[in-house]
Design a protein around this ligand. Sequence first.
Ligand SMILES: NC(=O)c1ccc[n+]([C@@H]2O[C@H](COP(=O)([O-])OP(=O)(O)OC[C@H]3O[C@@H](n4cnc5c(N)ncnc54)[C@H](OP(=O)(O)O)[C@@H]3O)[C@@H](O)[C@H]2O)c1
Length: 297
Amino acid sequence: MDVFVVGAGGLLGSNVVKTAVNRGLSVAGSYHSTRADFEIPLRELDVRASEGFEELLTEFSPSVVVNCAAMTDVDECEKRPELAHKINADAPEAMARRCSDRGIGFVHVSTDYVFDGETDEQYGEESEPNPLQVYGQSKLAGDRNVRSAHDSPLVVRPSFVYGVNRAHETAELDGFPVWVRSRLTAGQAVPLFTDQYVTPSRAGSTAETLLDLIDDGASGTYHVAARSCVTPYEFGRIIASTMGVETDALDKGSQSDVDRPAARPSNTCLDVEKVEARFGRSQPTLQQDVDAIASYF
Ligand SMILES: NC(=O)c1ccc[n+]([C@@H]2O[C@H](COP(=O)([O-])OP(=O)(O)OC[C@H]3O[C@@H](n4cnc5c(N)ncnc54)[C@H](OP(=O)(O)O)[C@@H]3O)[C@@H](O)[C@H]2O)c1
């Protein structure tokens, strides 16, 4: 078995499976609450059960494990910090250690929310993390745990993940564009922040680059995102124009307009020069990424 994908039912995980299968790799994976439709061997796994993970390593003997599972609801993490740490920090450590013991490669997925956003610069891989909320703290602990449990892990760090979830036969748009689309379609106002900056990562292109990094024998941390550092308002304008609808319904808003349990950083734009230099090619712009999945809008 070439690749085992943990969290194969998620937005990024389903794209890693689909992309790896399209490349002719032998792939197996695990899902959590809902079984994906892929025609690959799939097993149910709660990542907190590390013995179950060990059994899957024995069953499939993969060359590399890609961990796309995480507790990704930022506000839910704030309400349930112990659970967030179990899933986002303890489980990746246990999986990385078991892979290391067997000489299996381990790829872990980090987040831009390890940064506090208190800068106008884009964050490089060596920038100092300082998460503002439980989600980012648990994910940062996961990054560090994986690095200490495995001798040469690859940590891929995306930002603001969106795209097409490939886990089911009727592949569906997922993430931020779904919310914008549903409000535009319903003729409702779409309040969008103009004081938050992100470099959105399309799941499909992130999966391609993740697999390129594995193929190229990469280890260490790589930022994988679009080249475009934009506000959700600017992203909303691209979505509206892709849908061919007027942008009048888009309202400029501020993060202070909403009351949410977890704090959000104002700027988590990722510098993608390291991955661009490795492959001698530019990361896509946000417009290019959206154009690649325009038919789903
Ligand atoms: N979404 C973003 O904006 C964003 C930004 C930066 C980084 N990331 C990172 O990117 C990675 C992939 O996230 P995504 O966007 O693809 O999110 P997602 O669609 O929510 O996928 C996360 C997956 O983890 C699974 N999972 C949750 N708890 C689990 C458990 N206890 N055991 C096993 N699986 C479990 C979920 O399964 P169920 O749904 O069945 O529970 C889901 O399939 C994560 O590491 C995330 O932190 C995401």
